[in-house]
Design a protein around this ligand. Structure first.
Ligand code: NAD
Ligand code: ATP
Length: 523
């Protein structure tokens, strides 16, 4: 490295500059590096004011250029670091996906082996979930299970088994075991789509449900009355075991000691194991109660029967007036269901050492919203989809919605309404300050990343199905992809007729007086 050069200032003080200090000049200066070096090396006479002034200006220019170059280098290093973190996240998601696939393949192998067995024979296989293994039950259906209660996998007691069921894809009244993955064939070089995958899904009980969880909207007298009446009926006529929330159990016991048999839980750890005990969930409330129910299940979700005791009831097709007939038919089966996809969201803080150091993942049935919260500045959100930059959201925020959530906040922000059985992720801006920002619908397999850049003027706020607000500071990110645990909700008719009924009755979609024919006709 060249020795530092001394420049004398008019005050007689000397300051030092080095080649390293202006090492970036060549790429940014309008002067050639050689010319600058020559100028810098000119002996400066204290008496020659113009020359001193010129050299000072040149030094300032050199310093500014160096700062710009350093800034660019730092930004490039930061971008590379984020890319690396992003790749890690993708790899992790692929690993989770492959784990799921190998489980399905294992199940398919087991299905082959047991073709000689009688129809009532069952096969057990292991699934690793969250580091714990569960015994699951596999038959010809696309998804069936028999999770053992109380963690005793070798118990013979029938009473300890959770009811098993089988899912079938049906088309125009016909049932089919055709696997969802078989929808494309490529024989003799020709790619053909077979029957459409968007068939109605039917759930058939293989053993009778024995345990029901009832979840209710709080602070409603009509819900309380119906809940107590329904529990009596389920116990006396169906001999079912009933679980309720601790708050509801207290209310029931205040009413009568008859409800002593009703079970509940005492801490959050027991909630995590609820899916291993409950065959069916009944909700009494509106859409918010269905969202609440889904949020309680951080993994697999038992089938949900949503009764409408709210005002809109987009996801609640059953009426409480005839709950007995409804439940008779559901407990007998088969049930038409809508498999509602969920999104799994990870918040990655700037301080995280690696991409695996995330906060507890959050599952949403409707959407995750990233908005400006109390900040009066525009949001500045950098969005990536897998390896590609999508866009920068400058406006009030962004909604990443499931197709079930497409009729909620996303709809209000201008997003399309999508049938809940369609697998996809809606990318809907909220009040974008741009004339051309149209909402997108992305395929189910992508991973989305919303990054709060360091140069953002303020924080952003994430909320999950309208709840649990989290602050996202500059440098933080939210990563989101399709979760492997959908929410099965029972249909009144089938998933399409229920969806159309909801948009007609709930939203009065395309309601318009029919034009009269009383007018001149076209020739
Ligand atoms: N501007 C808006 O439209 C807006 C603003 C904030 C939140 N939300 C929605 O509210 C949801 C939370 O619901 P909540 O009941 O706990 O809060 P809430 O009590 O504020 O009710 C929100 C309304 O959205 C309806 N809704 C919820 N999910 C729906 C769905 N999937 N399809 C059609 N309508 C649906 C509900 O029936 C209710 O009328 C959020 O997930 C978000 O989608 C909407
Ligand atoms: N079991 C529960 N425990 C705690 N909060 C709940 C529970 N069920 C529902 N909630 C909350 O209560 C609020 C109201 O519930 P819900 O939306 O079901 O009723 P609603 O407002 O009468 O119905 P609608 O939204 O159709 O008008 C929601 O914010 C929801 O999150």
């Amino acid at each position: 490295m060249a020795p530092p050069h001394k420049l004398n200032s008019p005050t007689g003080n000397s300051s030092v500059t080095s080649q390293a200090e202006n090492g970036f000049i060549s790429s940014y200066s309008p002067f050639s590096e050689k010319a600058v070096q020559e100028l810098l090396q000119l002996p400066i006479q204290g008496s020659d004011d113009h020359l001193i002034e010129f050299s000072e200006s040149l030094r300032t220019v050199a310093k500014t250029l160096r700062k710009v170059a350093e800034g660019k280098a730092a930004a490039q290093a930061e971008a590379a670091e984020w890319k690396r973190k992003y790749e890690l996240e993708r790899t992790r998601n692929l690993q989770i996906e492959n784990k799921g696939k190998s489980c399905l393949e294992h199940r398919a192998d087991l299905d082959d082996v047991k073709t000689n067995n009688s129809a009532k024979q069952t096969t057990l296989y292991k699934v690793e979930a969250n580091g714990k293994s569960e015994e699951c039950y596999s038959r010809n259906g696309i998804c069936s299970h028999d999770v053992l209660r109380d963690g005793n996998p070798h118990s013979d007691s029938k009473m300890l088994r959770k009811a098993s069921f089988k899912l079938q894809w049906c088309c125009k009244g016909e049932q089919s075991d055709q696997h969802k993955h078989d929808i494309v064939s490529f024989e003799r070089g020709n790619i053909t789509t077979a029957e459409r995958s968007s068939k109605q899904i039917s759930l058939k009980w293989e053993s009778s449900p024995q345990t029901v969880l009832i979840l209710t909207k709080p602070n409603s007298d009509s819900v309380k009355i119906l809940c107590a009446e329904m529990i009596r009926w389920l116990r006396q006529h169906k001999k079912l075991q009933v679980y309720v929330e601790p708050r509801v159990k207290v209310d029931l016991l205040e009413e009568s000691s008859y409800f002593n048999f009703v079970e509940t839980w005492s801490d959050d750890k027991e909630i995590l194991r609820l899916h291993t005990k409950v065959d069916l969930v009944i909700t009494l409330g509106g859409d918010g109660t269905v969202l609440w129910t889904a949020s309680m299940f951080k993994g697999p979700v038992p089938p949900i029967v949503p009764f409408s005791l709210g005002s809109l009831g987009f996801m609640t097709p059953f009426y409480s007036e005839n709950y007995k007939e409804c439940l008779e038919s559901i407990l007998k089966g088969p049930i038409s269901i809508t498999l509602r996809h969920r999104l799994i969201c990870h918040v990655i803080r700037d301080a995280a050492k690696n991409e695996f150091e995330t906060e507890e993942p959050i599952l949403v049935l409707n959407e995750v919203t990233i908005d400006r919260g109390i900040s009066s500045y525009l949001t500045n959100l950098e969005c990536y989809c897998d390896n590609s930059f999508v866009t920068r959201v400058q406006g009030d925020g962004l909604i990443l919605s499931t197709t079930s959530g497409s009729t909620a906040y996303s709809l209000a922000a201008g997003g399309s309404m999508v049938h809940p059985q369609v697998p996809g992720i809606l990318f809907t801006p909220i009040c974008p300050h741009s004339l051309s920002f149209r909402p997108l619908i992305l395929p189910e397999h992508v991973t989305l990343r919303v990054q709060i850049p360091f140069n953002s003027r303020g924080s952003a706020w994430a909320s999950f199905d309208g709840k649990d607000r989290k602050q996202l500071a500059p440098g933080d990110a939210l990563v989101c992809s399709m979760a492997p645990w959908p929410v099965p909700t029972a249909c009144h008719g089938d998933s399409t007729s229920d969806f159309l009924h909801s948009i007609h009755e709930g939203l009065h979609w395309n309601l318009r007086k029919t034009q009269s024919s009383d007018a001149p006709r076209e020739a």
